[in-house]
Design a protein around this ligand. Structure first.
Ligand SMILES: O=C(O)CCC(=O)C(=O)O
Ligand SMILES: [Fe+2]
Length: 253
């Protein structure tokens, strides 16, 4: 496990596991946001906002379930994740500021935030292959990434020690996903290092991921395509220029 965390640190920078809030005010804030989130999770009105579920598949095995979560639920997730994992980031401008959290353990209880997200991945039968949806433990690791305007993540394949079937949720600002085909000889390297190359690759595909969408990668999309979110520089649009928090759910192989 330490080895896994080292590799994550190498790929994505510092990791915190439920960094947690310190002062009594911060703790109150964290609990208030947790309670508000649980209330919305319990209210079925706030599940999907799309009247007809819509799934895009930009490359084989990469599915995007649009508008799976109601905007109010997305806001509640954003606020809780901010308070729980990144309580100091609005004042901490150092290069070493915490921009990642991790959560380990099977997410089987749908009354908890990660259990709820995990269950959402099974609500739409087209999102994940049947063998992934029906495995005894769907996901046992969550990574929570914080991106401020001008930040992104380089193209990579998720570490091969994670199993097939990975799901992502995005809260806050929309982000432009980039998918690139990876040659057989480059798969090992792409799974260890996030590249920051801005060149265009034949076959590259981009898609916007918006709050409330769920994306899932399986099979070819998980093992033979890299994914990344290039840094978007200030556009002048207050929505695009906002902070984004993502949650990625995976299963340790
Ligand atoms: O922020 C995201 O949605 C993607 C994060 C990601 O690809 C990763 O942590 O491996
Ligand atoms: Fe990834």
């Amino acid at each position: 496990m330490a080895d896994t965390q080292e590799l994550f640190a190498e790929l994505f920078g510092d990791a915190s596991d439920g960094e947690g809030a310190g002062s009594p005010d911060e703790i109150d804030n964290e609990f208030a946001h947790h309670d508000a989130l649980l209330q919305l999770m319990n209210d079925s009105t706030f599940l999907g906002s799309a009247s007809t579920p819509h799934v895009d598949e930009p490359v084989p095995g990469f599915k995007i379930h649009r508008n799976a979560l109601h905007p109010a639920l997305c806001t509640a997730f954003f606020d809780w994740l901010s308070a729980e994992y990144f309580p100091h980031t609005s004042t901490d401008t150092s290069a070493k500021r915490i921009n990642q959290g991790m959560h380990f353990g099977a997410m089987t209880d749908a009354s908890t935030p990660f259990g709820f997200l995990s269950r959402m991945c099974c609500e739409h039968p087209l999102l994940l292959p049947k063998e992934v949806r029906e495995r005894p433990v769907l996901f046992d690791q969550a990574i929570i990434n914080l991106y401020d305007p001008g930040e992104g993540i380089g193209d990579h394949i998720d570490l091969l020690r994670f199993g097939d079937g990975i799901a992502g949720f995005s809260f806050g600002a929309p982000a432009l996903l980039r998918l690139r085909p990876v040659k057989d000889d480059d798969i090992e390297r792409a799974a260890r290092y996030a590249d920051h190359d801005n060149g265009v690759v034949p076959g590259e595909v981009s898609a916007w991921i918006k709050p409330g969408d769920i994306y899932a990668m399986a099979g070819e999309a998980r093992f033979r395509w890299s994914h990344g979110f290039p840094a978007l520089h200030h556009s002048g649009d207050p929505v695009l220029d906002g902070r984004r928090i993502s949650v990625t759910l995976r299963k340790l192989a």
